[in-house]
Design a protein around this ligand. Sequence first.
Ligand code: IMP
Length: 457
Amino acid sequence: MKESDRFCKGVNVVIGGQWGDEAKGKVVDALAQDVDVVARWSGGNNAGHTVVNEKGKFALHLVPSGIFNPDVVNLVLTGTVVNSTSLPKEIEDLRQRGIEISSTNLRISKEAHLVMPWHIKRDNLSERARGKEKIGTTGQGIGPTYSDRSAREGFRVVDLLNPNFQDEFDREFRFQERLTRTMDNEPLASELKGKSMDEIEEFISQTSERKYYDRDSLWEELKKAREVLGPMIVNTLGLLEEYHKQGKRILGEGAQGVLLGLDVGTFPFVTSSDPTVYGFVRGTGIPYGDIRNIIGVFKAYSTRVGGGPMPTEQENDIGDYIRRRGNEVGTTTGRDRRIGWFDAPLARYAVKHGGINGVALTKIDVLDELEEIKIGVTYEVGNTLYMNLTEVSDDFMRSAKVNYETLPGWKEDTTKARNFGELPKNAQKFIYRIQELIGLPIGIMSVGPEREAIIYR
Ligand code: IMP
């Protein structure tokens, strides 16, 4: 029996315990060697899942990380958002690198919503208008696509197959041109500041003549999307019900992390979908009680991209060092990630609200050279000490002072360790301490980017 077997039997779910980028892709790729189905339920190509295996190094955005096992059926579920240009391109790029993808091993929910160029435009316009208070989105149109979905507007993947789609597309296109023009035409006062009257007039005339979207090339892309994605479009809820009845081994692949969750994250600095296990339940129809392991993936430290509170943030040499050593640069946006120490109160909050019942601790090797390592253990707000948070609001988080515990580093290479006993004693102590603070067993540990650099316990 393989050590990983207990995480693969029945239905298991992998979710991000922090602000995304916890190396979930690596954990899913490792477990996907022994499952039948991998199902992705939240977000869209805002995600970037890095996978390093015998086939090379890959950055996946919407294609599930089970794609490298030819025996796995990969599902992109209802509740996700599909960019009709980037998904066909992602599929094509993978095929060019020798990964076989067909309607047998990749299936897309007919109910997933389509991200259109106007969603991307609206995302970027609203970020621009927010100025310093921007959310720091990935700029992929995620928020506006989900907004349209909530307003019961926009296209779904199944619309690509509708014989009247061209008419509907043209109607929507005209509306979106007008909408974007209305949103964008008003030059910002800051852009006009200091300009002469002539320059201002020129600026205004330019913006009123601007064409925002190229109808013909967009239509061509949608036709291509229909060609590539068409055979993969299915009713994933029905399919999953069948798979579940047959007792297939199903692995849920989360995107983002609990703290970016629309409902329980650090609103408004969150994404627009539900990265918790409850999002999985909704997207699959599999009852919560049927899930065995809900593995929360946590990095041995914290990272965050975009705005919002981050109480253990280290804007100093140690933060710079960890960023460099951990290669902490956004897979999707190329932005530097913000770095902080492991935040135990937030981890406990994520466990509670993400529905997590077991832990994978990743990127332990990034800390190999450190003299000492800190863990944020309590928050102090006014005269109250918190280990258990009941909220993560902006005000609360910004007023929190973090109390740290300092542990000695191990100053040894952990990347070759393949079982817990091979880890240096101080690394073991660090892991035990995090386990104690989170209150759940750490059953998976990652000590390097490659599939083999993993320890089960
Ligand atoms: P959006 O999802 O593009 O709207 O971005 C909202 C927030 O979520 C921003 O802070 C993004 O940086 C963050 N975000 C979205 N997706 C991911 C992800 O996959 N990893 C890390 N951060 C993400």
